[in-house]
Design a protein around this ligand. Structure first.
Ligand SMILES: C[S@@+](CC[C@H](N)C(=O)[O-])C[C@H]1O[C@@H](n2cnc3c(N)ncnc32)[C@H](O)[C@@H]1O
Length: 514
């Protein structure tokens, strides 16, 4: 290891001993580990012909990432000068940043010139970013941007939340505003390496960000960590993080490198997978599918052949209607006049929905229409599962004819349910069960969303076969009398490989098929 990074890491460790985590948290301040910083710096393609390079480190903290990158550039013979710009707003860390940058200048073989900007990285560039009157006509642009931005949610009324309206609405997390601003600060064909949470890769909230980010830039490398609590080892940050390398270009490559290590200290045991770019970044929503092997690519290829979504065929996944703890007075342990079943995830057992099970508060008495739904057939899907559980998608078939005494039922908001614009036939509910209980579908969802929560908006964007196929899958399951995962897999496979021809979707079928 080199003398430059070594010094900065040690100086940061001393700083951390005296600066309580609570104070640093107010700025979203977590320091990158030595190994991660070196790995990130190593991802840049160093231009062979440039004699000067401009580097940006937004939210620089103590300058660990700058140090790693300057160190990486030491061996580049043609390089005559490095211009380094660091943004940092925390007054307490700025003296450390300055002394570290002085050390870097002193020890670097290539002359380094640095600038610390203590203004807010987002707010100070609002005019330029939004091309507003008063903006600097040609703001500084950088060849290399290296960043570990603050991971911090701000309120929807915070000035940052209103600064980048083309990619942000509501209450944003600063990290993606930093990423968006950094791409803006990158020169054409310049490169950006960032360590950020994984949440931006899917979900409706990040759609505008993804669309702009992935249109103006091209993902060239993604690095994933096998275990999520290992990235900031001293800091115990429980965030699923990833490292991305982007090039500022519209040209899209054929493949993208996706690497994985178990933690941030074993970059020598790296697993590399070259994934097709159009599989990783795909769909109208510009999701980023984090595939790590051929099997996962195959899953995406197979399911992406289906061009429908649940809403497109007249079905929809919704989140359960009742927040139980906000409606305590309406909850009952026992059946009584006017009480209707309130279904929780505990009622979903081995592919079925069992009721009653003697669970506390499994009935509700209410006249609030928002808490009640028709007693018709549904597929219930748990919203939360534990990380170590075998499946993310866990579902159960709910058949209304098992509870004919009720006109209405309710669902707790910790489950999701799929219903139709018209009542679903039994065959269709069983067909949905085949899909949602298959390994393929579970695998697809995991690639789409790294978290343990099943998000109905995302499920509603997943590809599904035509309704006639779903119905036929259901019939097949009923015929087999076996609701196991293996049977569901076999059924899905047999239908995927057979071509779906001539089965035009007709919402009427929802009502008529049975
Ligand atoms: C996650 S830390 C990373 C520090 C350093 N880059 C590293 O990797 O060790 C993010 C840094 O951004 C700084 N920061 C937070 N909000 C900022 C803002 N609006 N403008 C500039 N810096 C900011 C914090 O003080 C903190 O030092």
């Amino acid at each position: 290891m080199g003398i430059i990074l070594d010094y900065v890491i040690n100086a940061t460790a001393q700083y951390m001993e005296h600066m309580p985590k609570k104070q640093r948290k107010a700025y979203g301040q977590f320091f990158t580990s030595r190994e991660t910083a070196q790995f990130m710096a190593g991802l840049f393609d160093v231009p062979a012909d440039k004699s000067e390079i401009a580097i940006l480190d937004p939210g620089a903290g103590s300058g660990i990432l700058s140090a790693a990158l300057v160190e990486q550039l030491q061996s580049v013979q043609v390089l005559q000068k490095i211009h380094l710009t660091c943004y940092e707003t925390d007054e307490k860390v700025i003296p450390l940043l300055r002394s570290n940058l002085e050390w870097i200048c002193l020890k670097s073989v290539t002359p380094v010139e640095y600038k610390i900007i203590s203004e807010n990285y987002i707010l100070s560039q609002v005019l330029e970013y939004n091309h507003m009157i008063g903006a600097i006509p040609s703001p500084d642009k950088f060849d290399m941007v290296i960043g570990n931005p603050p991971y911090m949610k701000v309120s929807k009324d915070a000035p940052e939340a209103k600064s980048m309206p083309d990619i942000c609405y509501g209450a944003p997390n600063l990290y993606f505003l930093f990423a968006g601003m950094s791409l803006f600060n990158t020169k054409e064909y310049g490169e950006l390496v960032y360590i950020i949470p994984r949440s931006w890769t899917s979900g409706a909230y990040f759609k505008s960000f993804r669309q702009k980010f992935l249109c103006e830039g091209t993902l060239e490398h993604i690095h994933l960590f096998g275990s999520r609590d290992k990235v900031f080892d001293r800091e115990s940050v429980l965030q699923e993080t990833m490292i991305i390398k982007m090039k500022k270009t519209h040209d899209k490559p054929k493949t993208i490198a996706i690497t994985t290590t178990q933690s941030n200290v074993d970059f020598s045991n790296i697993i590399t997978f070259e994934a097709p770019y159009n599989i990783v970044v795909s769909g109208e929503d510009s999701y980023v599918f984090l595939v790590t092997n051929e099997r996962e690519v195959r899953t995406l290829e197979l399911l992406n052949n289906w061009k429908h979504t649940l809403p497109g065929i007249g079905l929809k996944m919704k989140t359960g209607l009742t927040v139980d703890f906000r409606n305590r007075e309406a909850l009952r342990n026992e059946q009584e006049a006017q009480a209707v079943p309130l279904f929780y995830s505990q009622h979903i057992q081995n592919g079925k929905v069992l009721f009653p099970i003697g669970k506390e508060n499994e009935y509700i008495v209410t006249e609030q229409s928002g808490l009640l739904q028709e007693n018709v057939n549904y597929l219930f899907v748990k919203r939360f599962t534990a990380k170590e559980e075998h499946r993310r998608l866990q579902c159960g078939v709910y058949l209304a004819n098992k509870h004919p005494e009720y006109q209405k039922i309710s669902t707790q908001n910790k489950i999701n349910f799929i219903g139709g614009s018209r009542e679903l036939s039994e065959c269709i509910v069983y067909g949905l069960y085949v899909l949602f209980n298959s390994t393929l579908y579970d695998c697809y969802y995991r690639i789409l969303n790294g978290s343990t929560q099943v998000n109905s908006t995302e499920i509603n964007t997943m590809p599904v076969p035509p309704l006639a196929t779903i119905e036929a899958m259901g019939k097949e399951l009923i015929r087999c009398h076996d609701t196991s995962e293996t049977t569901c897999d076999n059924i899905v496979r047999s239908f995927i490989y057979a071509e779906d021809r001539g089965s035009e979707d007709n919402p009427e079928r929802i009502a008529s098929a049975s």
